[in-house]
Design a binder for this molecule. Structure first.
Ligand SMILES: Cc1cc2nc3c(=O)[nH]c(=O)nc-3n(C[C@H](O)[C@H](O)[C@H](O)COP(=O)(O)O)c2cc1C
Length: 347
């Protein structure tokens, strides 16, 4: 029996309240399938925000097809929803959300399994109705309590409260996980997942103490045996990371947390000199991300990762790790309850 069933696991129909969150522009189909197979919820990521629209839709569909070929369990897709200067949703975000909705409409197997769309980096505004009508569960990732309240009021089904220490694109205004988790759980009554800095069952237990219904992780899942699509140097860099190795630099659509290296220094020089147009710079940053993930260049590539990397010491097997993490959280919570009871009996 699953050790930790929550409102979230019941809503989505999974065993453990553990989500592998989106990690675009990287291929995460194998990761997503492995996490879902292990009883959590895996997420297929976008192929990039600078990709040509039709090509973006094609690649995303290929990743969805790969995931359903590897598992029969539920999974999610993540699409960041940037807005343009007039506040309209970016065309690439619209195209990728449409690709998700079309994939579900075209295949019963995809519709059964692709149950969740996680939007991040903004709220999908008028697209919200299309998401709901398609039957998708809508998870909305936020970095502040105000955003959480607005997303819940606009009809989101689940909130991911992601603190500033998270890997990849983070938030303009830093609110850290410990503060954000407590604040968000207090103000919304839909299920909340805590994200940013979680790596084991103790983190899941802590999230549940705040009132959350689960957690979402990115960095922890990079350093896994099943993550064979990424260059091995990337996984090793996570294992080697120490406190202070990370920093926040201007990312593709928001500030991004990466490992500080020669690539980040060179990028800051380019920005200071103004030697690239904004569009060129955006494409360049997307290329730097792929240089790390595909070519394994840890010196010049963008190695997106969270502060939690400093506590990750080994490459784990997802098939064992996910159930063990849920079990550790359940034991931690039970252990704390019995210690508290024993202490109050003594005093
Ligand atoms: C390599 C990498 C790429 C990421 N790309 C995305 C993305 O495409 N969309 C998104 O919403 N979040 C992205 N994130 C953030 C994760 O979804 C997640 O919120 C974050 O990793 C949680 O914090 P943690 O790294 O401490 O576990 C990325 C994170 C990493 C490490």
């Amino acid at each position: 029996m699953a050790p930790l069933s929550t409102r979230f696991t019941e809503l989505v129909g999974i065993e453990h309240p553990i989500v592998q969150d989106g990690m675009g522009p990287f291929r995460t189909s194998k990761l997503a399938a492995a996490v879902s197979e292990a009883g959590g919820l895996g997420t297929v990521s976008i192929p990039g925000m600078t990709i040509e629209y039709e090509e973006g839709k094609r690649v995303l569909r290929e990743h969805i097809d790969e995931t359903v070929a590897l598992t029969d369990k539920p999974f999610a897709v993540n699409v960041p929803v940037g807005v343009d200067d007039e506040g309209k949703m970016l065309h690439i975000s619209e195209a990728l959300i449409s690709a998700v909705i079309e994939a579900r409409a075209e295949s019963d197997k995809i519709r059964d399994q692709l149950r969740v769309l996680t939007t991040s980096a903004g709220y999908p505004g008028e697209f919200r109705d299309r998401i709901r009508e398609s039957g998708l569960i809508h998870m909305c990732k936020v970095g502040s309590t105000r955003q959480a309240e607005r997303a819940a009021a606009a009809g989101a089904d689940v909130i991911i409260a992601s603190g500033y220490e998270m890997g990849g694109h983070t938030h303009k205004n830093p609110v850290h996980t410990f503060v954000l988790a407590a604040n968000v759980c207090e103000v919304v009554d839909i299920p909340v997942l805590v994200s940013g800095g979680v790596r084991d069952g103790r983190g899941l237990a802590a999230a549940m103490c705040f009132g959350a219904a689960g957690i979402a992780m990115g960095t922890r899942f990079i350093a896994t045996e099943e993550n064979t699509d990424w260059h091995p140097n990337y996984r090793q860099r996570i294992i080697d990371a120490r406190e202070g190795d990370d920093g926040v630099v201007p990312g593709v659509y928001a500030p991004a947390r990466v490992m500080v290296n020669r690539g980040t220094a060179e990028l800051m020089e380019v920005i200071e000199k103004g030697s690239m147009t904004l569009d060129e710079l955006t494409v360049h940053k997307d290329e730097l991300l792929k240089r790390a993930q595909i070519d394994g260049d840890m010196e010049h590539g963008f190695v997106a990762a969270g502060q939690v990397a400093s506590g990750i010491r080994e490459i784990v097997r997802i098939a064992e790790f996910v159930p063990a993490m849920a079990d550790e959280a359940a034991r931690t919570l039970t252990g704390l309850a019995s210690t508290a009871t024993a202490d109050s009996a003594i005093s």
